[in-house]
Design a protein around this ligand. Structure first.
Ligand code: HEM
Length: 357
């Protein structure tokens, strides 16, 4: 990246834009980033005190809805992996749609990030869990960078705005973030879950019957068309439009996504989620996901699931991507807390208090 010149007007404009986007993005994780520390991720998983979070909810992507359906494979992926998902005729799926904010009561138009989580349970008693966003890559190469991004985009106490000097220093240390932040600034506002593409972002390995490993990333590619909202449509949308929309759409007929694998070539960065692989890398349709029913998350089958993406079956292995590694620790932390709160009745108390108000 070229050197950042803080005297240039252009640079200040770019930094202001980046700060605005980065602030919005980082707020999605405000409650979780405190668990990522300056030394190692596992050492940093300390309780946040006091907690500003409503009990019983996920500490990120708190607003969501459960769904169920099934997956039907196509033959192509069987030669790459022994995972039963690719050979079983049909596999039951429990999943969750969510939006990318921590606040479970947020308006749907408060973020452009939509998400899909999946848990496949196959007849060999194995599970494959995924948690994907409608973004093709991550802002930084590691979780420390992500934490740093959150810090530098926080408003400065004196000015109420992010400090451009600190932001410039951050971009020097994490130049890859500029690509993501510029992309995020122009990201179209999605109008539905049904037409969104969801990406694994992190890379994994598929392992075949001979032990050969192929690095892959994947996406869930919708059969419904992508709908983009204008800024005016987005601003005036109902606060629950996205979740109501998916229920209404499902009342007509099931929703479908193709499970598309992207195969890395030697030399492609496997452990860096901020670096997408070239578009010409081979893609394989591994099967089709059918979503048939949605249910409120309070009582639905996704509530007590930790969609930790490092839960993979035989025939799939995690990569050494440090963000993937950090996700596992953070999800576990969030899961333990919310289940404990539910177990002690704290979540019910909080809902009752909301109703009284
Ligand atoms: C360092 C990076 C990250 C951190 C610290 C983080 C943290 C978290 C936490 C704490 C949860 C709540 C887990 C629970 O209570 O079950 C969560 C949920 C989620 N995250 Fe992340 N995350 C990170 C990166 C990512 C990435 C790269 C993606 C997309 C590929 C992603 C997608 C999701 C989704 C879809 C959910 C909702 C899962 C569900 O429905 O249960 N996250 N994240």
């Amino acid at each position: 990246m070229s050197k950042v010149d803080l005297r240039s007007k252009k640079t200040w404009g770019a930094l202001a834009l980046i700060a605005a986007i980065a602030g919005a993005m980082a707020s999605a994780f405000a409650w979780t980033a405190g668990w990522l520390g300056s030394r190692t991720i596992s050492q940093a998983l300390v309780p946040e005190t006091p907690t500003p979070f409503p009990p019983g909810f996920r500490r990120a992507h708190g607003k969501g809805m459960c769904f169920t359906g099934n997956f039907v494979p196509e033959g192509a992926a069987r030669s790459l992996s022994t995972a039963r998902l690719f050979s079983q005729t049909e596999t039951r799926v429990v999943g969750r749609f969510s939006i990318g904010t921590g606040n479970p009561y947020a308006a749907d138009n408060s973020t452009k990030t939509l998400s899909m989580a999946l848990m496949f349970s196959t007849d060999d008693k194995q599970q494959w869990r995924m948690a994907m966003n409608n973004e093709p890559y991550f802002a930084t190469r590691d979780p420390e960078g992500f934490l740093a991004l959150r810090k530098v985009t926080a408003p400065d106490a004196a000015t109420g705005k992010p400090d451009p000097q600190r932001l410039a220093a951050f971009l020097k240390a994490y130049p890859e973030a500029e690509k993501y932040l510029k992309w995020a600034a122009h990201k179209p506002a999605p109008g539905s879950f049904a037409g969104a593409t969801f990406y694994s972002i992190n890379a994994f390995y598929l392992v075949d019957a001979h032990g050969n490993r192929q690095a892959v990333r994947w996406m869930m590619r919708p059969h419904d068309p992508f709908i983009s909202l204008s800024e005016a449509q987005r601003q005036t949308a109902d606060r629950n439009a996205m979740f109501e929309g998916v229920s209404q759409r499902l009342a007509q007929k099931p929703l479908y996504w193709d499970f598309v694998l992207q195969l890395a070539q030697p030399g492609d960065p496997v452990d860096d989620p901020s670096q997408p692989w070239p578009n010409d890398r081979k893609q394989i349709v591994a099967g089709t996901l059918e979503v048939t029913q949605v249910e409120a998350q309070a009582e639905g089958p996704c509530r007590d699931v930790n969609f930790d993406p490092s839960t993979v079956p035989a025939g799939v292995e995690v990569s050494a991507d440090p963000v993937l590694n950090a996700r596992s620790a953070a999800y576990s932390h969030s899961f333990s807390r919310r289940e404990r709160e539910i177990g002690y009745g704290k979540a019910t108390e909080a809902v009752q208090m909301q109703e009284v108000k």
